[in-house]
Design a protein around this ligand. Structure first.
Ligand SMILES: Cc1ncc(C[n+]2csc(CCOP(=O)(O)OP(=O)(O)O)c2C)c(N)n1
Ligand SMILES: [Mg+2]
Length: 201
């Protein structure tokens, strides 16, 4: 499975929900697949994608989706413990696991040597996890995660290909654009059907 195709699978089902994307090819490919006001692209802030998504999930009632990377999550494993501790029902973490730090020269990451990020998540108290290898499996797991309370961690094994060009977009612009969609949704909250009874925050 390639990340660009896998990203399109997520977009097919995302509706208007917010996405936070990892720095590098994850963000670039999300932009190429579909630029949306509800995409929060990150640049440079390695290791913070899932942390930012956690903060958003704790602050709103919509389901927030993080598209993280194996290398970045490895750099900030504590975020999994924080997710397990806070236990937000409305958070789905997808990890594009290419077993390498792709953007900086394809150095093999720990997941190429036996680290199982889904097992780390389980050890941190994140009960809903899945490992997917192909687009059909990803689609099934993501749709299931959208329909049932989280938090979820979906570990998607991907093969690296040539990177697409950088997304030609200004970070400041996307920040303001993204933020304004939350302001608009205050008057018309987009709440998941299962949130009212199970929301913990
Ligand atoms: C604190 C910090 N250290 C190092 C980097 C350099 N860096 C940028 S992307 C990247 C690799 C990220 O790996 P991963 O999350 O697996 O994403 P991939 O490139 O494989 O899609 C690194 C090391 C950085 N931006 N910030
Ligand atoms: Mg990687």
């Amino acid at each position: 499975m390639h990340r660009f195709e896998a990203t399109k699978v997520i977009l097919r089902h995302i509706g208007d929900r917010p996405i936070v994307s990892n720095l590098g090819p994850t963000t670039d490919e999300l932009w190429h697949a579909q630029d949306r006001a509800r995409n929060f692209y990150t640049w440079g802030s390695m290791g913070l994608c899932s942390s930012m998504a956690l903060g958003m999930a704790l602050s709103c009632s919509e389901t927030v989706v993080a598209l993280d990377g194996d290398g970045s999550l490895l750099m900030n494993l504590g975020t999994l413990a924080s997710i397990g501790r806070e236990n937000p029902k409305n958070l789905i973490i997808i990890v594009w696991d290419n077993e390498e730090w792709g953007q900086t020269g394809h150095q093999a990451s720990h997941t190429a040597f036996g680290t199982s990020l889904d097992q780390v998540a389980i050890g941190c108290g994140i009960k809903n996890t899945a490992i997917v290898h192909g687009e059909d499996e990803l689609e099934k797991a993501f749709c299931h995660a959208l329909e049932s309370p989280g938090p979820w961690l979906i570990l998607a094994k991907i093969e690296e290909t040539e990177h697409l060009p950088y997304a030609p977009i200004e970070p400041e612009l996307t920040l303001h654009r993204f933020r304004s969609t939350f302001e608009q949704s205050q008057s018309n909250p987009l709440t998941e059907p299962w949130v009212n009874s199970s929301k913990t925050v």
